[in-house]
Design a protein around this ligand. Structure first.
Ligand code: SF4
Ligand code: SF4
Length: 380
């Protein structure tokens, strides 16, 4: 019998292994001097925690805080508006990843733009934009690029191909964000509720897909300068549970270190070729607004000046608004992402705000914290 993909996943979803890890965590947690709050940075982890009921398997002394880890959820309305406006320009084809389809800006979503006649195409891989540009030489194809360090190399590869083929009709609107800067911001930012620096996050589970590219090294400052241990973990439930066990052990053994649980693919240095490709085309943007969290220094990338002719933000600067747009007044995404509140504490959770009509960032993509609570928290 041939090996199925499922056979590979199964051992990382095995209930007996998950329960055995829960038992080990429970025993280790008895040695803790105080409860600990673990932030899972990425929405993929939140999804796994909710889907497999991992929180319910853990002792009360371990709490999860759901982090800002989804590039779709954190995209501010003003950037969605850029995409919406660009899509409506004559002879423009706007291309982006499928996750962006329903994300609402102040004017509507890209789905709405399409229903009004705009040529918006959703693709699975940035390289699909190349084919669209080649097949439509009379149109301007704009790739609206989103994602963490995980997807940035694919946008860089698209740029590489566009240059190699001498394509003149492919432009880029760059919205790539970087993970360590938002983690720093979450610790550093002044918390208006308790008027002190955020001390609720005791430790981080780092997303493995980001570190496959950027390496585990990007989390080095957290144990050293911020006294927060980090374990880079995979996304399967066994991975997450082992990551939690590794963190609890650090606390019980009074260590504070950077460790890698997902040794299957993550190295300390990461993928150096991909990093070189990113550095060739992109540089830090300065400030970038994260929906629900506000402006965060150095947390996003932009095209280097030498590639300005590919930059849709520059080409269409006259028609792209610069003003910031407030989030919905009742939305408490900022508090959720800082670990100050759970989705169910929001007044409009599952009533006015649902995945089909999201009011805030955490309900937008299927992996946002509010969407995960909605799907797996017994609401649906
Ligand atoms: S799309 Fe999912 S897996 Fe990717 S960063 Fe967002 S939450 Fe994580
Ligand atoms: S339920 Fe909706 S409005 Fe409330 S915090 Fe979540 S995303 Fe924001």
């Amino acid at each position: 019998m041939s090996l199925q993909l499922k056979d590979l996943y199964d051992k990382f979803r095995d209930p007996a292994t998950i329960k055995a890890l829960a038992k080990l965590i429970g025993e280790e947690a008895k040695k803790l001097e105080r409860p600990i709050n673990v932030m899972e940075v990425c929405g993929g982890h939140t999804h796994t925690i909710m889907k497999y009921g991992l929180k319910q398997l853990l002792p009360e002394s371990i709490e999860f805080i759901h982090g800002p880890g989804c590039p779709v959820c954190i995209m501010p309305k003003e950037r969605i508006d850029h995409a919406y406006i660009l899509a409506q320009q004559p002879d423009v084809i706007l291309v982006t990843l499928g996750d962006m389809i329903k994300v609402p800006g102040s004017k509507g979503s890209l789905q709405d733009a399409r229903s009004k006649g705009a040529d918006v195409r959703f693709v699975y891989s940035p390289l699909d934009a190349l084919k669209i540009a080649v097949e439509n030489p009379d149109k301007t194809v704009i790739f609206f690029a989103i994602g963490f360090e995980t997807t940035t190399p694919m946008t860089a590869a698209l740029m590489d191909q566009a240059i190699e083929r001498g394509l003149k009709n492919l432009l880029f609107h760059i919205n790539h964000v970087t993970v360590p800067e938002v983690m720093k911001e979450l610790i550093d930012s002044r918390d208006v509720h308790v008027d002190s620096y955020n001390n609720r996050i005791d430790a981080f589970i780092g997303p493995s897909h980001v570190s496959v590219i950027a390496g585990a090294k990007i989390y080095e400052p957290f144990p050293r300068a911020y006294h927060r241990p980090v374990v880079v973990s995979g996304f399967e439930p066994v991975d997450v549970m082992e990551g939690v066990l590794m963190l609890v052990k650090q606390f019980s053994e009074k260590r504070c270190e950077l460790e890698v649980q997902y040794r299957r693919s993550v190295t300390y240095e990461g993928n150096l070729k991909a990093q070189a490709m990113i550095n060739k085309y992109f540089e830090k943007r300065g400030l970038f607004k994260w929906r629900g969290l506000g402006n965060i220094p150095d947390s996003a990338l932009k095209l280097r000046d030498e590639y300005a002719k590919f930059d849709a933000e520059k080409r269409y600067a006259d028609i792209l608004p610069k003003e910031e747009i407030e989030d919905h007044k009742l939305c408490i995404c900022g508090d959720i992402l800082r670990g100050m509140a759970k989705p169910t504490e929001c007044q409009v959770f599952s009533t006015a705000c649902k995945p089909s009509s999201p009011l805030g960032s955490c309900m937008v993509s299927s992996e946002g914290a509010c969407a995960a609570y909605y799907k797996y928290g017994g609401v649906m």
